[in-house]
Design a binder for this molecule. Sequence first.
Ligand code: ARG
Length: 295
Amino acid sequence: MVYESVDQIDFAVSDCPAMPLQGCVVMATPAHYDVQYVINPHMAGHVGNVDRVRAQRQWETLQDTYRALGMEVHSAEGVEGLYDMVFAANAAAAFLFPDGKSPGIIMSRMATPSRYGESIHYERFFRELGVDVRHLPEGLTFEGGADAIWHPGRRLIWGGYGQRTDRATHDAISAMLDVPVIPMRLDDEAFYHLDTCLCVLDERTALICPAALRSEDISMIRRLFERIVEVPEAEARERLSCNAHCPDGRHVLLQKGCPQTTQRLRDAGFVPVEIDVGEFLKAGAAVYCMKLTMW
Ligand code: ARG
């Protein structure tokens, strides 16, 4: 079932079957990362402007941080000419079979031709990892975990559409996985994936940028999350502070230099972990984009 409005929501989060948190991240090495075209407004003015040495260091720091938090980390090899392949969040969306053990993924289908070439490499990587690989019906665009975000610990998906991912993709995902999906429409080009304006922190708490979401969609978020931490629009727009990641319900990894977001997270009892991924902000991406989470 796909839910369009708050009055359709006839269930509580606790009615959705429990699932473990995702303990595994997939990242793609940044040796071939660059900004060579503009497919989102953040990239404008940054073509040819990436410091690859710094990018490599920032990527390693993020990977080390995941390891230090006890996450299992897998690295896919970046490929020459695929400048955005480093943003693994877009490669696929992970799911867990009802047996609670075997992981699967639904491959994405990128919206922009400049990223089409990534899929074949990611698909090979996932197969080698022994993951069950599924595909959407032909003709639907889908940008992976960036537009399909699991509610922490529950069989329920928050979906993004309107910029990169098609609205109909969420009907397909809901049917394929037999899972409720709540799609959120993205109207502002600066917030082109759902992960730029909604970050799920724990089963009860979400971090959102209200300026990027429709009021009906915010009502659905408020209906299912007990606590909302609001991010100021400027930090979300300019430094992608909502593109954060809370792997364990406690630590929140986010772009360095977002003081208001960081303070609000602390006030809500979370532990912000500031990481500088400034070289990747030039491509319109922060922490969340740089990895795919799996079980
Ligand atoms: N330059 C990339 C694009 O526009 C950045 C992708 C960021 N990924 C994300 N999950 N928000 O496609």
